[in-house]
Design a protein around this ligand. Structure first.
Ligand code: SF4
Length: 331
């Protein structure tokens, strides 16, 4: 019996990539699903549980690839610019496609399959951008897009007779109606959201990342992960304070290593993280104190610890609106 040709599937956890896996499988390919986890995935855990249970049912094993600094630097200096927030979608897709190509070559696969839909994302999902992405990643003509391939120029995969073009759908635009209808026809019981969730498209988050890029010349991956947590205040170049918003964030902030911790001792209040010029530490302490429980003017004792130091700052609770001008997401 002839062995099935392999395709590498880039799966985000969203509905479109899941449908594409199903369609490519129905075309007779052996699918190797790959998920690329970036520091900017927002809902990956929830979506991946759905994806994982789907793949398990289909007998497919997910390859999860975690990318960090190399990807962050692409976000910082994209060749093709940003979308509506800090999302460098064309550069991001080139990066993802290069990873997929590497696995494709290693596995002896004939191409890759994606859930891209023409016109769904103005920046990266138009035919011109898709061509750039293919060319720059070395995947020209080797991408199967089952959802939109019917309205795109024929690929090498079609010319080589590996794909019947009549099986390619003609979905375009941002509406999800066609995909939801298709999901029902294919028997999908649970329907995931439209994508894996990318924080780079979310303006308040993008402001925090932009602030980090322009003020912290030597950012760490911990700095990047902490952008998902708490209120961030920029006090000066290289000086910032992060204030937890709830119990869970406080617990996460307590685990941070590269910061001085500011913890209220005599009342309920948030965990604060400070880094930067020592002359801003008392301002940072006042900001943390302003989020403590209790009336304005009460005395607050804060334990300052980190980098081998431990001491107290005594202050009084002031109105938190005084510090709004430092809040990064409001700038
Ligand atoms: S939305 Fe985010 S993950 Fe998706 S292509 Fe754009 S930058 Fe990449």
């Amino acid at each position: 019996m002839e062995e099935k040709k392999k395709l590498i599937a880039l799966v985000s956890g969203g509905l479109d990539s899941l449908l594409s896996v199903m369609l490519a499988k129905n075309m007779g390919f052996k699918i190797i699903p790959v998920h690329i986890e970036t520091p900017f995935n927002s809902t990956c855990c929830r979506d991946l549980s759905l994806l994982n249970s789907f793949l398990k049912k289909e007998g497919l094993e997910l390859i999860n690839i975690k990318v960090e600094r190399e990807y962050v630097e692409i976000v910082r200096h994209p060749k093709y610019g940003y979308g509506r927030a800090l999302n460098p979608c064309i550069d991001c897709r080139i990066f993802f496609f290069k990873i997929a190509k590497y696995i494709m070559d290693k596995e002896g696969a004939v191409g890759i399959v994606t859930g891209e839909v023409v016109g769904q994302r103005p920046k990266s999902q138009n035919i011109k951008a898709m061509k750039i992405i293919e060319r720059e990643s070395g995947l020209e003509g080797r991408v199967l897009r089952p959802l939109s391939g019917g309205i795109m120029p024929p690929t090498e995969l079609i010319k080589e007779g590996l794909i019947d073009p009549s099986k390619l759908l003609k979905i375009k635009g941002r509406s999800r109606k066609m995909q939801i209808k298709l999901a029902r026809e294919l028997g999908l019981k649970e329907i995931p959201g439209s994508s894996g969730g990318c924080l780079l498209t979310y303006v308040p988050y993008a402001r925090k990342l932009e602030d980090l890029f322009s003020n912290d010349d030597h950012y760490t991956m911990e700095d990047i992960y902490l952008l998902k947590i708490g209120r961030h205040f920029r006090l000066s170049k290289n000086s910032k304070v992060i204030v937890g918003r709830n119990y869970f964030e406080n617990k996460e902030l307590e685990k941070a290593t590269g910061y001085t911790k500011i913890i209220p001792e005599n009342c309920n209040g948030p965990v604060g993280l400070f880094r930067g010029d020592e002359s801003f530490l008392s301002l940072a302490a006042d900001i943390v104190a302003s989020y403590c429980d209790g009336d304005l003017g009460i005395k607050i004792s804060l334990l300052i610890s980190g980098e081998g130091k431990s001491f107290r700052i005594e202050t009084s609770k002031k109105d938190k609106t005084l510090y709004r001008k430092y809040m990064v997401s409001l700038k």
